[in-house]
Design a protein. Structure first.
Length: 166
């Protein structure tokens, strides 16, 4: 099952309420989701009070240029990796001043997968204060489903951080 637009909107609204309750903001650094996490967040009326900014860094050059992800990390681990999403989340948080950040990088398909990183492999990083949590997920389905599930996972992680921050 994949989340509907309505379910993603409801999740983003809950995130906004939690961020407002703790008087904090969030930002995004996205690759495979192409700005979809930020889009869902900014679909919520009044989100300018709790959404700081979003970076869409689809190409490696954008990750390096906009978020200062070191070329050495990209070369050693690839864009779809834990070290890269950590660097993306930390940079987004640092550049925006937001208390919470999420970074997403994955292989949404239908091509681009490898034996080590098959289609559906997605890495997440959630930065809050001086800690970063990461998770790797393996989603099945077509490009749309993988991206929807990635947006849902990213929002849920931010919501967990915001609730814990209250």
């Amino acid at each position: 099952m994949q989340p509907s637009d309505r379910e993603l909107e409801a999740l983003a609204a809950r995130l906004g309420e939690a961020l407002l309750a703790c008087n904090r903001t969030a930002c995004t650094a996205e690759s495979c989701t192409g700005g979809w996490v930020a889009k869902v967040m900014t679909d919520v009326p009044g989100s300018s009070r709790w959404f700081a900014a979003g970076f869409v860094t689809y190409a490696n050059e954008a990750k390096a240029g906009l978020l200062d992800v070191p070329d050495t990390l990209l070369e050693a681990h690839g864009a779809v990796s834990e070290p890269v999403v950590i660097a993306m989340a930390n940079a987004a948080q640092s550049r925006t001043g937001a208390e919470f950040a999420v970074a997403v990088s994955g292989v949404a398909g239908p091509g681009g997968g490898t034996v080590e990183k098959p289609v559906g492999t997605v890495w997440f990083a959630w930065a809050a204060a001086d800690r970063v949590r990461t998770a790797q997920r393996f989603f099945e389905g077509n490009r749309e489903r993988i991206r929807r599930l990635s947006v849902e996972c990213a929002l849920e992680g931010l919501l967990n951080d915001a609730v814990a921050g209250q």
